[in-house]
Design a protein around this ligand. Structure first.
Ligand code: SF4
Ligand code: SF4
Length: 204
C-alpha cells in the first residue's frame, strides 16, 4: 500500500487465488516472498488486467497474501466463536445516491438495508448473514468498527472491504480475543464495488 485505488480484479483467474492460498499456507514465508509474489503477479498478468503498474500490482498481491494468510491462521479459532458480526461495505450497495432506501443510524453506526433491490449485493449479503445468525452492519467507513466493537462483545467478525481497509482492520483481530475472517473486494473504487458471494458464503 498504497496502490492506485480503482481497480477490478474480477477477471483474474480463480486459480490465482487458489495459488495464493496455497502459497500462504507455507508458514512464515508470506512476508518475505517478494520474488514469488512477483512471479505470481506476472504469471496471472495482474498488472495488465487491473491497469495497475507493476510495482502497485506486486503490492496488491502482497496484501492479498497477507489477508489470505491471516484468514488461514485465524480460521480454526474463528470457527469456535459463537457471537459474530458481519461488516459489509456501503460502497457495494446497488445505489450510492438517494435511490438507496437504506437508513443510516449514527447511533450504531450503520446503514440498515431496506431491501429495495433484490439484485443489490449488500441486500443479498445482509440476508445471508442474518440467515447464519450474524449481526449485520453496513459500514460507511472503518471508523464505525471501533464504536460497534466497543458496544458489543463479539467473539468473531467477518469483514468485507477493500484490501486497504482489511489491512487496517487486521489490527483489531486478536485484541480482546476477537477472531476474524476477511473477504476482499474484487472490484475497488469506493462506488459500485464488488465482492464474491461464493467467497462470503464459504467464509461465513
Ligand atoms: S437493497 Fe438495501 S443497500 Fe441495496 S440499494 Fe436498496 S436499500 Fe440500499
Ligand atoms: S473501496 Fe474501501 S475505502 Fe472505499 S468505500 Fe469501499 S471499503 Fe471503504
Amino acid at each position: 500500500m498504497p496502490y492506485g485505488f480503482s481497480f477490478d480484479i474480477s477477471r483474474i483467474s480463480k486459480s490465482f487465488f487458489k495459488e495464493l492460498a496455497r502459497v500462504a499456507t507455507e508458514k512464515n514465508i508470506h512476508r518475505k516472498m517478494g520474488e514469488r509474489a512477483r512471479n505470481l503477479a506476472e504469471k496471472f498478468r495482474v498488472h495488465q488486467i487491473t491497469g495497475l503498474d507493476v510495482s502497485d500490482a506486486l503490492m496488491l498481491v502482497e496484501d492479498f497474501v497477507d489477508i489470505y494468510a491471516r484468514n488461514l491462521s485465524e480460521r480454526e479459532k474463528f470457527l469456535e466463536t459463537k457471537k459474530r458480526a458481519l461488516f459489509l461495505p456501503h460502497c457495494s450497495r446497488k445505489y450510492m445516491d438517494n435511490r438507496c432506501q437504506a437508513r443510516f443510524d449514527p447511533e450504531i453506526p450503520s446503514y440498515q438495508c431496506a431491501q429495495c433491490s433484490p439484485d443489490c449485493l449488500v441486500n443479498q449479503a445482509t440476508t445471508l448473514g442474518k440467515e447464519r445468525q450474524y449481526d449485520v452492519y453496513v459500514l460507511a467507513g472503518s471508523s464505525c468498527v471501533l464504536k460497534i466493537l466497543k458496544n458489543h462483545s463479539y467473539e468473531g467478525v467477518v469483514g468485507v472491504a477493500c484490501s486497504q481497509e482489511l489491512m487496517m482492520g487486521g489490527n483489531y483481530i486478536g485484541k480482546n480475543s476477537l477472531r476474524g475472517q476477511a473477504v476482499p473486494l474484487t472490484k475497488n473504487g469506493c462506488a459500485n464495488t464488488w465482492f464474491s458471494m461464493e467467497n462470503l458464503k464459504r467464509t461465513l
